[in-house]
Ligand binder design. Structure first.
Ligand code: AMP
Ligand code: MG
Length: 332
């Protein structure tokens, strides 16, 4: 088995999609055909889920906000239900109706100037996940108020990563790896039988890693304040993850959150949620997801890892890491 795998050459494919660059690596006989299918699958999902594609399910919901519900694909419904469940369970953090605020802060990034307080307050009036009405029995979804708008930026790449797993299985691929612009998913292990080793970006040293984690059949998703941001005249860092309670880029005590678990959509949702929630609440939330491991970095660049990563995370020399104990109290 090992010999068979070591003789395999990797086939790779890099392409732009979902506002980022994706790279897929696959080993085994059907890799070329599998990569072609993966490319088409990502395009199909983007056409269905992107709010920047005028005919997508999400755009049609947004265009009809305040008017009527529209019929959407079953898959879109599953994603919206998952997002809605997270928002209902852990209120005032992860909210896919956040778009008016995201748009405001995107414009701010272009001029490197934070929006006016009044504009933030107005946009906040439109953010409320309870205004997203889902009717799974007839696959219909709608937004209550005109001007409301959905954005799946915090969850869609995770869903897409899960779908890649179906592609690999369909083509009988046993060893593959994809990087969907920072959302990583690994299928099986490396061709030589060893686990994949994933580098985690240091949140403040661009060319450095925080460390590396070993994975098999898992996703690794990071949310951080260093991924998309601008520094204002006041010296503050304004990034792309918005706290619906303040209408501003979240300012918890965390600057980077990585979640590791087989379900990439859960990893994507949780990394954004924990980032906004901060260390204390984040650890409380994590206790409800025993299948998830996490790497949390605080403002002082102290790195905390969940217990299950003890033997799987190797910090680099510039990283001071600590294990999160199961009660959420940190031991150094
Ligand atoms: P991620 O990089 O997965 O943490 O997701 C960040 C992206 O999710 C942003 O670029 C926005 O598109 C969207 N987003 C920002 N703030 C939130 C929020 N509070 N809840 C859900 N999605 C958000
Ligand atoms: Mg996310």
């Amino acid at each position: 088995m090992d010999l068979f795998f070591t003789e395999q050459q990797a086939q790779t494919l890099t392409h732009p999609a979902m506002g980022t660059v994706m790279t897929h690596q696959s080993y085994g006989e059907n890799s070329e055909d599998c990569l072609t299918t993966i490319r088409m699958e990502i395009e199909r999902l983007e056409a269905m889920l992107s709010r920047f594609r005028p005919h997508s399910d999400i755009s049609r919901i947004n265009q009809n906000a305040g008017c009527n519900a529209v019929t959407i694909n079953d898959e879109t419904m599953q994603i919206l239900l998952a997002a809605q469940q997270t928002a209902n369970t852990w209120t005032q953090a992860f909210d896919i109706t956040i778009t008016p605020l995201v748009n405001l802060w995107r414009t701010a990034a272009a001029s490197q100037t934070p929006p006016a307080r009044k504009a933030i307050q107005e946009a906040m009036q439109l953010v409320d996940h309870q205004d997203l009405r889902l009717h799974p029995a007839c696959n219909q979804a709608g937004l209550r108020k005109t001007g409301q708008c959905l954005d799946l930026g915090g969850i869609a790449k995770g869903y897409a990563a899960n779908r890649l797993r179906d592609c690999w299985c369909a083509f009988n691929i046993h060893s593959a790896f994809s990087n969907l612009g920072g959302n990583v998913i690994a299928h099986g292990c490396k061709p030589d039988g060893s686990p994949w080793r994933i580098g985690i970006q240091h949140p403040r040293m661009e060319q450095h890693l925080l460390g590396a984690v070993t994975i098999e059949n898992e996703a690794v998703v990071t949310s951080g304040d260093y991924q998309r941001y601008f520094i204002g005249k006041d010296g503050q860092r304004y990034h792309h993850i918005i706290d619906p309670q303040t209408g501003r880029p979240s300012r918890s005590d965390l600057i980077s959150v990585t979640v590791i678990t087989p379900d990439a959509m859960l990893a994507d949702t949780l990394s954004t949620l924990l980032f906004i929630s901060g260390m204390y609440k984040g650890v409380e939330i994590l206790k409800n997801y025993p299948e998830c491991e996490a790497i949390l970095v605080d403002q002082n660049l102290k790195t905390y890892i969940s217990k299950g990563l003890c033997d799987r995370f190797t910090p680099t020399s510039c990283t001071q890491s600590t294990v999160l104990n199961p009660h959420g109290v940190f031991s150094i």
